[in-house]
Write a protein that binds this ligand. Structure first.
Ligand SMILES: [Zn+2]
Length: 261
């Protein structure tokens, strides 16, 4: 068969409509941007929803490496802290994680929960919060983050990729290690309030009172009024992980009054 080159038809002739050509190209680019943006938002929403569907066992497998990273610099938890965790989880209807404590030698008061059930507390926080119930509130708050899958939700769209990799039998640990969530353990204001409320309910159900539960929060408020730069720095570091909200303590106190009724 002989090849007959096709002549330039009217459609390809842009000589008279340069402006129109640009317009349609711009339209195309805009449509693509809009479609991709919508897809990005939808994927974010789907990732958030699917965090609750990941089996606890899978979450624990994904984050088993976290302990290796943390335990290298960790101290054994003091028995009184372990007793607080045991009291909170025993007989409670929590997610079936292997809950464990990790104490980091760090003067900065802080606590955070890592997916899979590891609750990390710094020595700075332990020095600051002396009572069992005060510590129970801190641990209860972190258990709230685990219960609501806040850590998993922080993975965002990477979570979907991890789920996909697991489904086809690929190891997603490398992907999760690379994600920046460990370095940026920051929860949203609503996640903090959700975990506060969860923690306080749990403390009340186990201790029968909320008296003294706000020790840590009150200490932080005191620190905020301090002039020493180092103290303020400590609070800022804590506030990065746990955004302070003006009425966080007020909300907790209101809930405490309702619980006592
Ligand atoms: Zn928190």
């Amino acid at each position: 068969m002989k090849f007959v080159p096709r002549g330039l038809g009217g459609a390809a002739d842009n000589s008279k409509g340069g402006k129109e050509g640009w317009r349609s190209r711009l339209k195309g680019i805009l449509s693509a941007v809009i479609i991709l943006s919508v897809l990005y938002l939808v994927l974010g929403f789907v990732a958030d929803m699917s965090a609750n569907l990941v089996p606890e066992e899978t979450e624990s497998e994904w984050f088993a490496w976290v302990d290796d990273v943390l335990l290298a610099d960790a101290q054994a938890p003091p028995p009184e802290l372990q007793a607080v965790l045991d009291k909170l989880i025993t007989g409670s209807d929590l997610r079936p994680f292997d809950y464990r404590l990790c104490v980091l030698v760090d003067p900065t008061p802080n606590a955070f929960a890592l997916p899979g059930g590891t609750i990390t507390v710094t020595t700075g926080l332990l020095d600051m919060v002396k009572s069992d119930i005060g510590r129970a509130m801190v641990i209860g708050h972190e258990l709230g983050h685990l219960e609501y899958r806040h850590g998993l939700k922080r993975l965002g769209r990477s979570l979907l990729l991890a789920v996909g990799m697991s489904m086809v039998g690929l190891d997603s640990n490398a992907l999760l290690k690379q994600s920046s969530f460990l370095a940026e353990m920051k929860h949203s204001r609503s996640q903090e309030e959700e975990s506060d409320s969860f923690g306080l309910n749990l403390v009340y159900s186990k201790y029968g009172t909320t008296e003294g539960a706000f020790e840590f929060f009150e200490e932080v408020h005191l620190l905020q009024g301090a002039d020493e730069a180092s103290l303020i720095e400590s609070v800022q570091s804590w506030a990065h992980t746990h955004p302070l909200t003006e009425n966080r303590l007020t909300n907790l106190k209101r809930q405490a009054i309702e619980l006592a009724r």
